[in-house]
Design a protein around this ligand. Structure first.
Ligand SMILES: [Zn+2]
Length: 251
């Protein structure tokens, strides 16, 4: 009977340990504080979404405060790749171009004078997008850089090369027409192969971000596959700190 009790108890301890460790990636090495952090975000909205990609504005403000207290300098991705050797830089990045980036994130970015980069999928169908007027206003604030995220938000690896080149080039042209320049690219769904890195470079971009969840020094070797720190709408402050220190907060 006692043996059964100890077995069950041991099992419970192991299960809870696994549960906690699964959600808090303490075991990953802490990366050099000076290395740049690229933070991947999507939506900032108080509305809960099944995707989990929505960060509530209060949580987003906490993220800005944590980064500010760490003494980090908020830069755009283009600024980051131009001077990657400057220590303690952070580049906030938003994928897709959701209208809530204007409504909820932009006021907070202004409050903290925090720069950010928004990657627009110029003709993405299923989302409430930023309007051209909002994009122009954000760009002229000097805080927001706009990059491209393809035209139709398609998995480039599923297209033939000619189509992939069109998606990359056309999205750059559209963003450039709106705000005057478009330097950085984000791969839709984080899917790409080496040939897509070459296509992005040939289209005139100076960098590209991926969804590899890591913190790395920036060099010519990863300029078109930059890793980012992952976030989630429901992440706790502890998970935020783990992600910013180690690149990811859970398995
Ligand atoms: Zn996307």
């Amino acid at each position: 009977m006692l043996t059964l009790f100890y077995t069950l108890f041991g099992f419970l301890i192991a299960a809870s340990l696994l549960f906690v460790l699964g959600r808090h990636a303490f075991w990953l090495p802490i990366r050099d504080q000076k290395l740049p952090r690229l933070v991947m975000l999507h939506q900032v909205t108080p509305n809960e979404l099944p995707s989990g990609m929505n960060m509530p504005p209060v949580r987003f403000e906490r993220l800005l405060q944590i980064l500010q207290r760490q003494g980090r300098e908020f830069v755009t991705v283009s600024e980051l790749v131009t001077s990657p050797q400057i220590p303690n830089q952070v580049a906030l990045t938003f994928d897709d171009g959701f209208a809530d980036n204007y409504e909820y994130a932009f006021p907070l970015l202004k409050k903290y004078q925090a720069k950010a980069t928004i990657y627009i999928a110029t003709d993405i169908a299923e989302i409430k997008k930023l309007s051209p007027e909002q994009i122009v206003e954000m760009a002229s604030s000097g805080l927001i850089e706009f990059g491209a995220h393809s035209v139709h938000h398609v998995n480039l690896t599923k297209l033939d090369d000619a189509q992939a080149v069109q998606e990359i080039q056309n999205s750059r042209a559209i963003v450039e027409r709106l705000v005057g320049s478009c330097q950085s690219f984000a791969y839709p769904y984080g899917r790409f192969e080496e040939r897509h890195e070459a296509m992005v470079e040939a289209a005139g971009f100076t960098s590209a971000v991926s969804t590899r969840k890591k913190i790395e020094a920036i060099s010519s070797a990863n300029l078109f596959r930059l890793p980012r720190v992952s976030t989630h709408g429901k992440m706790s402050v502890l998970q935020m700190k783990i992600a910013l220190a180690r690149g990811r907060y859970r398995i």
